[in-house]
Design a binder for this molecule. Sequence first.
Ligand code: FAD
Length: 288
Amino acid sequence: MKMPPFDYACPATLPEAVALLAAHDGDAKVLAGGQSLIPILAFRLAAPKLLVDLRKLTDLRAIKITPDGVALGAMVRWCDIEGDARLRTAHPLLIAAVAHVAHYQIRNRGTVGGSMAHADPAAEMPGIALTCEAEVVVMGKAGMRTIKAADFFQGALTTALTVDEIIVEIRLPGWPAGRRWGFQEFARRRGDFALAAAALFYDMDTSGRASNAHVGVIGVADRPLRLRSVEAVLNGAAVDTATIAKAEAATTAAIDPDSDIHASGGYRKALAGTMVERALKMAAEQTP
Ligand SMILES: Cc1cc2nc3c(=O)[nH]c(=O)nc-3n(C[C@H](O)[C@H](O)[C@H](O)COP(=O)(O)OP(=O)(O)OC[C@H]3O[C@@H](n4cnc5c(N)ncnc54)[C@H](O)[C@@H]3O)c2cc1C
């Protein structure tokens, strides 16, 4: 299908891009990789008057790694993450999750900022951002603000962004050496959106027990979920077969996915439990 007609702008600066969005008061959309927006236009699910292309904003393409963590510019693509060897130690959970995003061609164009703004409940990056307590730095006509990932996702394809705001950067907190982590996803075909996925990490105290557990699931609600009840099972426990079984049971007890054309709610619920189980086994097998 052909897209509806639109005007096109390709500003050279972020303030210029924000000004264009603000002037159109909700009738303009940012264009990043176009991998979600272009199909949306083709299906006539949106018909903005103006597309504001961010491709000239090269500052938004940086991946910054410091002791405080990893800052991903909004225009960082999946293939940029995949190709950055520093991230294998700076954020192995991110690398593992991004490996499941889409197919080769899409990975060469799709961006971190686009995925966060699109807020698909089955997308990997929002799940990682929530699980890792990321912060989303945005700029709008009122200036810059920082939104916690937990406050950013407000429902399927719905975020805390206002119509004039552009995501600038996603900040993931620092990743200590020796942290245990796991990522597991089940999709019909490699690269499809997840039917369910689990992202998790924990640190080990000196007695070999888990602390600071963070557990997130993807594809089982209208947004990614962090499962505090599962984290409570893990914190203070040795991550052995019995604890993993309890964590799996706590996962299925904590979620109530809807049925859709891809899977029944019951299937997704069981699948999420299995993903948490497998991710914990993966974490437990890691050598520090
Ligand atoms: C066949 C197919 C399979 C896919 N599979 C997966 C998958 O398995 N997992 C997954 O996570 N994704 C998947 N995707 C989506 C892909 O990852 C997209 O890259 C991503 O969702 C959107 O990124 P984009 O840069 O293409 O954004 P665009 O399509 O350009 O924009 C998407 C939305 O975000 C807004 N936006 C973009 N950038 C910003 C910004 N900086 N600030 C504010 N708003 C912004 C746009 O206005 C638009 O509303 C798939 C896509 C396709 C076509």
